[in-house]
Design a protein around this ligand. Structure first.
Ligand code: C5P
Length: 246
């Protein structure tokens, strides 16, 4: 299946949209970052928030302790897995990691664009081949530009985004502060994942480039990643509603 077809399935775009138009419909999907210590904590949040939230992000903290048990649990629930392990290694190693991720049936995964062209192309290639071989939908591949916990110049984010998309990635991870700039400067269709989402006047923690959900959607983000503003409250459903409203 081609990248274009996959993007169109995932992303509800106007069918008349031209290549030049930004790939954005004014809607975005919330992803919960399951940055928790144990399988039971992760299970608690998935059971509590699915199907309000349909994609759950498994990062290095949770995957290191749980391994594939957690991705299997999320898939069985009927939700999607965003495997955020931010691969960054020699091309052969990253290709092997992506092959393993495809076998875990993840919906989305990340790698660092700063790993370079050869690494990204190896990842894109293996994701296509392995999914084709298994007759499953290919996961969407996202390239991390600059972490949202760091300050970044939009030009730096644009350079990395262009490199990643040019190598065949489906999209990039960047802050809402650069999303609009990327949409205006990159003609290809691509998806944007935005972490650092905070309710207005909410604690920013270690994040430097934050935005509200509304601001991120307006800027052109397709997927909004939220962790602590939901994980650190007594009422996660209320916190989710709060984020969507403000
Ligand atoms: O708790 P918080 O909402 O800040 O969580 C943001 C999540 O997004 C974390 O899991 C973090 O690893 C992830 N992330 C990020 N910045 C990136 C890529 C991913 O904060 N550039």
């Amino acid at each position: 299946m081609s990248r274009k077809m996959i993007n169109e399935e995932v992303y509800h775009r106007d069918p008349d949209a031209t290549q030049k138009q930004p790939q954005h419909s004014g809607k975005a999907e919330i992803i919960l970052a399951l940055d928790v210590e144990s399988f039971s904590q992760a299970k608690y949040f998935v059971n509590k928030l699915y199907p309000r939230i349909k994609i759950f992000k498994v990062g290095s903290q949770l995957f290191t302790i749980c391994g594939p048990r957690i991705t299997e649990f999320i898939n069985k629930k009927g939700a999607g897995v965003f495997l955020d392990l931010k691969f960054f290694d020699i091309p052969n190693t990253v290709a092997g990691a992506v092959r393993s991720a495809v076998r875990l049936r993840v919906k989305m995964l990340t790698l660092h664009i700063s790993g370079g062209q050869k690494m990204i192309k190896a990842a894109v290639d293996v994701a296509r081949k392995e999914s084709y071989g298994l007759k499953i939908k290919r996961p969407l591949l996202f390239g991390v530009t600059v972490l949202t916990s760091k300050k970044a110049k939009p030009g730096e984010v644009l350079r990395l985004a262009r490199l990643g998309i040019g190598c065949g990635l489906d999209g990039v991870v960047c802050s809402a502060q650069e999303a609009d700039f990327l949409r205006k400067n990159i003609r290809d269709k691509f998806l944007i994942v935005t972490p650092g989402i905070r309710p207005k006047r909410g604690a920013v923690h270690d994040q430097k480039r934050t935005a509200t959900a509304k601001e991120a959607i307006k800027a052109g983000s397709n997927f909004l990643v939220v962790g602590r503003p939901i994980l650190e409250t007594k009422d996660p459903i209320l916190a989710l509603k709060d984020i969507l409203l403000k």
